[in-house]
Ligand binder design. Structure first.
Ligand code: UDP
Length: 248
């Protein structure tokens, strides 16, 4: 795809938002069920302790830096990534590019009813897109879900099962799926459905989206403890002038 930048063992594509959208459209045109991952520092830390998560992330066709922490990390390591490519905005940009061609979209994930709600809201925003399926993310067997997705033949499948479950799911089911492209889109389904409020732009511009989310959902503190650990590891790697390998 492009030059990869290694941030604590995860290889990120060094792309701007526009370049990421173009790359995604090219992958979609190939129709090989390739997938996009959007790691933030929490996911990088998940990959360091969970080899299956690391393998799934490594197998992605496009890895975009979702989270200002990854951008700061890459700068500290003296291999700066061009810019943050937030997964939620990236997907919206891609949908707007798909709209003129009336492409097909399937949304998988979220609590019962949320994917349908997201599809309804996105349909209002992108009326020419075809929302061909919506299914919650609390199913037991993959096979019937894969069958339903293949029957709907989407150009884009949004997989919103939370990380790293969604990355593992895409990796495990890639060969059985017949879709254009997948995105591990996490909590975006809740944002599109309107069940979770996004941080206002000023917070995002200040690089404080994580703090806004923490204030809104204090139970995220456990997950967000990954951020200071990530930063300490980055600083350690910079001081020793090498990016430490993942624990095997
Ligand atoms: N989710 C799901 N199935 C699961 C676990 C989670 O569909 O087994 C959904 C959850 O309902 C939420 C989404 O995954 O809509 C993302 O969850 P979270 O905010 O924890 O993930 P993040 O975006 O932070 O990775």
């Amino acid at each position: 795809m492009s030059e990869k930048i290694n941030v604590l063992g995860v290889g990120f594509d060094n792309v701007t938002m526009d370049e990421a959208v173009e790359a995604a459209l090219a992958l979609m045109a190939q129709g090989k069920s390739a997938y996009v991952v959007t790691p933030n520092p929490e996911i990088v830390m998940d990959c360091r302790r969970d080899p299956a998560a690391a393998e799934a992330v490594d197998a992605a066709a496009l890895t975009i830096p979702d989270g200002i922490g990854v951008i700061y990390g890459s700068r500290i390591l003296h291999t700066p990534l061009k810019e943050k490519v937030g997964g939620c905005d990236f997907t919206l940009r891609l949908l707007s590019r798909m709209e003129p061609e009336e492409k097909r979209v399937f949304i998988l994930g979220g609590k019962p009813g949320v994917a349908e709600m997201a599809a309804e809201k996105l349909r209002a925003q992108f009326p020419r897109l075809r929302f061909v399926g919506a299914q919650d993310g609390y199913f037991k067997d993959d096979a019937p879900v894969v069958e339903a997705i293949n029957a709907a033949a989407p150009d884009l499948l949004l997989v919103c099962l939370g990380a790293p479950k969604q990355e593992k799911w895409m990796h495990a089911n890639q060969s059985a799926l017949r879709v254009g492209l997948m995105i591990g889109a996490g909590g975006s389904v809740d944002v599109y459905a309107g069940t979770v409020e996004r941080a206002p732009k000023v917070w995002c511009d200040a690089g404080l989206e994580w703090l806004y989310r923490l204030l809104k959902e204090p139970k995220r503190i456990r997950r967000q403890m990954a951020l200071p650990k990530f930063m300490l590891l980055v600083i350690g790697a910079r001081l020793t002038k090498k990016s430490p390998m993942r624990k095997k």
